[in-house]
Design a protein around this ligand. Structure first.
Ligand code: ACO
Length: 332
């Protein structure tokens, strides 16, 4: 493991989710499905959903303020805000700019990052690079999604999966580079299979209300079984490669925090990495798949549950539509 003398680290973490809960039993009344089927195939029991009239920026701001408070960093000290999201409130302005205004980060630049469910890992890798070049910078990363707004509630193959929420971290230079901070990351993509997971409507090819496109294309569409196969390969390969090139083995990992897309994908990875259950963090049963928000939500709850202590070696791994994939190794 090669450690740079300047390492970026997570200085504080926050999360915020809507209070409205949509259970599997609620879904039974909306589409032909069952609590039993959803739990067996996905591990999901319930998810959080925005109320009508609410927007995800509200939760992105709430999560950010908590992360800032925990990091003991004031909004004025933030140099850059990166929001990983595929469901910003608007296309203009970006979600990051709404967060910048909401938290009064008057000295920050702000942009959104689109890498589907891998977005948080992509943002972490970007922040790491900025901090290595500008060691005094403080960067706010937000993973926030309003997937309920892009879910086809008549499609039982997808509507059981998604949820809304926001997680945020403040990144800065590690004060103990020998013990804490990002070690390495992998970012990847495979566009050859893009047709397996799409949200075509509303982009510039098919602008909103374009009559050429069937209505269901204005929502997330997925060939679940095929995505499942690709996802398992991507997360296994990424995890093993990251460990190998840092001369680490799965025994060195204190906690694996994977993107929460499907419990069966997480279980597959756990078995391939030969990790005991208590070394893999899972909270998919409460939130479903929240795309770019899922890893910060899991990190937040892992810390709260006492599963993450300063200096612990953790592995983050994600995949998502595109396909995109990514992994990060860090000392908490
Ligand atoms: N309730 C009951 N039956 C259902 C439901 C449902 N909600 N959904 C599908 N079925 C039926 C199907 O119609 C099918 O019936 P058939 O055999 O008569 O044709 C049967 O159940 C099995 O369907 P599969 O699609 O093969 O089910 P599978 O075990 O693959 O589970 C799932 C589906 C949960 C979607 C799984 O494939 C999956 O998790 N895929 C990966 C999804 C993912 O990780 N996406 C990540 C990216 S998300 C993003 O980027 C925003």
């Amino acid at each position: 493991m090669k450690l740079n003398s300047i390492r970026s680290a997570i200085l504080g973490i926050g999360m915020a989710v809507p209070s409205k809960i949509l259970t599997n039993f609620d879904l039974e009344k909306m589409v032909e499905t069952s609590d039993e089927w959803i739990i067996e195939r996905t591990g999901i029991k319930e998810r959080r959903i925005l109320e009508d009239g609410e927007n995800i920026s509200k939760y992105a701001i709430e999560a950010s303020l908590e992360a800032l408070e925990k990091a003991k960093v004031s909004p004025k000290e933030i140099n850059l805000i990166i929001c990983a999201t595929l469901t910003p409130d608007y296309l203009i302005p970006s979600l990051s700019v709404l967060v910048q205004n909401g938290i009064k980060a008057i000295n920050a630049g702000a942009f959104d990052l689109s890498a589907t469910c891998s977005g948080f890992i992509y943002a972490l890798a970007m922040a790491d690079q900025f901090i290595k070049n500008n060691p005094n910078w403080k960067i706010l990363i937000v993973g926030a999604e309003a997937l309920s707004r892009k879910t086809n509630w008549k499609d039982r193959t997808t509507c059981i999966l998604f949820g809304d929420g926001a997680g945020a971290v403040v990144m800065g230079k590690s004060s103990e580079p020998e013990k804490r901070g990002i070690i390495d990351f992998i970012l990847g993509a495979d566009g050859s299979q893009w047709q397996l997971l799409t949200l075509k409507g509303g982009g510039s090819c098919y602008p909103p209300f374009d009559k050429r496109l069937p209505e269901d294309e204005y929502y997330i569409k997925m060939q679940g079984r095929e995505v499942f196969k690709a996802a398992t390969k991507m997360v296994e390969k990424t995890s093993l490669e990251l460990l190998k090139r840092n001369n680490l083995t799965t025994k060195d990992i204190k906690l694996l925090v994977p993107h929460q897309a499907n419990l069966r994908i997480i279980e597959y990875l756990r078995e391939r990495l030969n990790l005991p259950k208590d070394k893999v963090y899972v909270n998919i049963h409460k939130y479903g798949n929240t795309s770019a928000a899922s890893i910060p939500l899991a990190l937040y709850e892992a810390e709260k549950d006492g599963k993450l202590k300063a200096g612990d070696l953790i592995l983050l791994v994600a995949f998502g539509g595109g396909f995109t994939f990514g992994g990060a190794l860090l000392h908490w």
